[in-house]
Design a protein around this ligand. Structure first.
Ligand code: IMP
Length: 176
């Protein structure tokens, strides 16, 4: 059987500690109010599942899925809603959970779609942020880690559908 263990960039322990911190901050900021958590599929599902366990508030969990088309090296690429949430978010506290903000196009498009539905509050939690690639103005309210411009995998993030199951975040390299 083939075994692979890409080099760790961020360990399980580091992720655990950071999620505890973020969970406490979210719990404090929403002060007992109900939260609609929107997990952006597929990449954010591991981060979302661990983070909601650290949030001490009533949570209603929703899923959303987007797909990008066009030239990925060009920020004018199209983003389309593939699967929508199953609930009305008007007047609700909404927390979007994303895996990584790279150019920012995907999350900017999603936040604009959701904002038009008039939530009471709309916040963003992202596990990772690559500051060197950003080309859209995005406010990340709860950030896991800022990373350099390397392609990362694991903890929900994939390369061609693989590596999502790794319990840590690794850097994809030619040997994997
Ligand atoms: P953006 O629209 O350029 O910000 O791209 C965001 C999306 O690209 C993420 O939700 C991921 O699906 C994917 N992505 C960007 N960088 C990486 C990476 O390093 N590893 C895995 N997926 C990535």
């Amino acid at each position: 059987m083939e075994l692979y263990t890409p080099e760790a960039l961020i360990t399980e322990e580091e992720i655990r500690e950071r999620l505890s911190f973020l969970g406490k901050a979210i719990t404090k900021d929403f002060d007992g109010e109900e939260l609609v958590v929107i997990c952006v599929l597929k990449g954010a599902f591991v981060f979302c599942s661990d983070l909601i366990k650290k949030i001490n508030l009533p949570v209603k969990l929703e899923f959303i899925s987007l797909s990008s088309y066009g030239d990925s090296s060009n920020s004018s690429g199209n983003v389309r809603l593939e699967m929508d949430v199953a609930t009305n978010i008007e007047g609700r506290n909404v927390l979007v959970i994303e895996d990584i903000v790279d150019t920012g196009l995907t999350i900017k498009t999603l936040m604009e779609i959701l904002k038009a539905r008039k939530p009471k509050t709309l916040k963003l939690a992202s596990l990772l942020f690559k500051p060197t690639k950003i080309s859209h103005k995005i406010e990340i309210n709860y950030l896991g880690f800022e990373i350099e411009d390397k392609f990362v995998i694991g903890y929900g993030l994939d390369y061609a559908g693989r590596y999502r199951e790794l319990p840590y975040i690794g850097i994809l390299n030619a040997g994997n």
